[in-house]
Design a protein around this ligand. Structure first.
Ligand code: NAP
Length: 258
C-alpha cells in the first residue's frame, strides 16, 4: 500500500502555518505540526485535523537549533515513513522593531537564525532525506516551499534584519530549486502581503488605515487561508514545469503604480 504523503509545516501552531497544515491535511497529507513554545495550540491543530479525518502529529522544535531540526525530520519519518513536502513557514518579526541605525547584532542573529539559517539547514536535511528515501525517481514530485514576505523587496526601516533575511530566502529558493530539479523536487517561494495573524496584530490600526487608503489593489487584509491555498495548489501538482517561482499572495501589492 502506498504510504500517506507527508508534510512538515514549521510554525503551524498558529497563523499562516496553521492554515497551511489544515489545508494540506484536508488534501490527504499527513502533517507534522511544528511549534516552538505553544504546545496547547499545536495540539488543538492536531485535534482539528484528526476530527476531520486527517492525520497529524505535533513536534516541538526551534528551527534555529540543529538538534531540533533533526528531531523534526526523525519524528516525521518515524511516523509517516517519508517526507514529501517541507513548508518553511516559521518566522519572527524584527526584535523591538528598531530603526536600522539602532538595530543590534543580537536582534539580527535571532531573526537570521530563525528566518534564514534555520530554514536553509532544515531544507538541506529534508532534501538529503528525500534523496536517501529513493522515491524521487518515481513520478511523485516532492516540494520545498518557502514563505517569504513583501518585506523581501519593500523597505521597512525598523525591520532591516527581517527584510534582508526574507530577501535572502528568495536566493535560497533559487539555489535549492536548481540543485534539486533533477531529483524531481520542486522548490517555490510564496510571498505574502499583509496577512491577519498574531504577527500583525500589534500593527493592525496602521494597516487598517493603509489598506483603506489603497495600499493594495485588492482592498482587504489577506487571510492565512489565502496563503494556504497557494501552497496547496503547488503541492497538488498545478505547476509541473515550474520551479524557483515566486507566487505573490498580496492583493496586488507588488504592482508598481503611478
Ligand atoms: N502575517 C503577515 O502579515 C506575514 C506577511 C508576510 C510573511 N509572513 C511570514 O509568514 C510566516 C508566518 O507568519 P504568521 O503571521 O503566521 O506568524 P505568527 O502568527 O506569529 O505565528 C508564528 C508561528 O511560528 C512559530 N515559531 C516562531 N518561532 C519559531 C521557531 N524558532 N521555531 C519553530 N517555530 C517557530 C510559532 O510557534 P509558537 O506558537 O510555539 O510560538 C507560530 O506557530 C512567517 O515566516 C512570517 O514572516 C507573515
Amino acid at each position: 500500500m502506498k504510504p500517506t504523503p507527508s508534510a512538515i509545516v514549521t510554525g503551524s501552531s498558529r497563523g499562516i502555518g496553521r492554515a497551511i497544515a489544515t489545508q494540506l491535511a484536508a488534501n490527504g497529507f499527513g502533517v507534522t505540526v511544528n511549534y516552538v513554545r505553544n504546545a496547547d495550540a499545536a495540539q488543538e491543530v492536531v485535534d482539528e485535523i484528526k476530527a476531520n479525518g486527517g492525520q497529524a502529529i505535533a513536534v516541538q522544535g526551534n528551527v534555529a537549533e540543529p538538534t531540533d531540526r533533526q528531531r523534526l525530520v526523525d519524528k516525521t519519518v518515524e511516523h509517516f515513513e517519508s517526507i514529501d513536502v517541507l513548508v518553511n513557514n516559521a518566522g519572527i518579526t524584527s526584535v523591538g522593531r528598531k530603526d536600522l541605525l539602532e538595530a543590534t547584532s543580537e536582534g539580527w542573529d535571532e531573526v537570521f537564525n530563525t528566518n534564514l539559517k534555520g530554514p536553509f539547514f532544515l531544507s538541506q536535511l529534508v532534501a538529503n532525506q528525500m534523496l536517501d528515501n529513493g522515491r524521487t525517481s518515481d513520478s511523485q514530485r516532492r516540494y520545498i516551499i518557502n514563505i517569504t514576505s513583501i518585506s523581501a523587496y519593500a523597505v521597512s526601516l525598523n525591520r532591516a534584519d527581517y527584510c534582508i533575511a526574507k530577501a535572502g530566502m528568495q536566493m535560497m529558493t533559487w539555489l535549492f530549486a536548481d540543485r534539486l530539479a533533477d531529483n524531481n523536487i520542486g522548490v517555490f517561494e510564496i510571498c505574502p502581503g499583509v496577512i491577519a495573524s498574531d504577527m500583525t496584530a500589534p500593527v493592525k490600526a496602521k494597516y487598517d488605515a493603509l489598506i483603506e487608503d489603497g495600499l493594495t489593489p485588492i482592498r482587504r487584509w489577506g487571510q492565512s487561508s489565502d496563503v494556504a491555498a497557494a501552497v496547496t495548489s503547488i503541492v497538488n501538482g498545478a505547476f509541473p514545469f515550474s520551479t524557483g517561482e515566486r507566487f505573490n499572495v498580496d492583493g496586488g501589492f507588488h504592482i508598481r503604480r503611478l
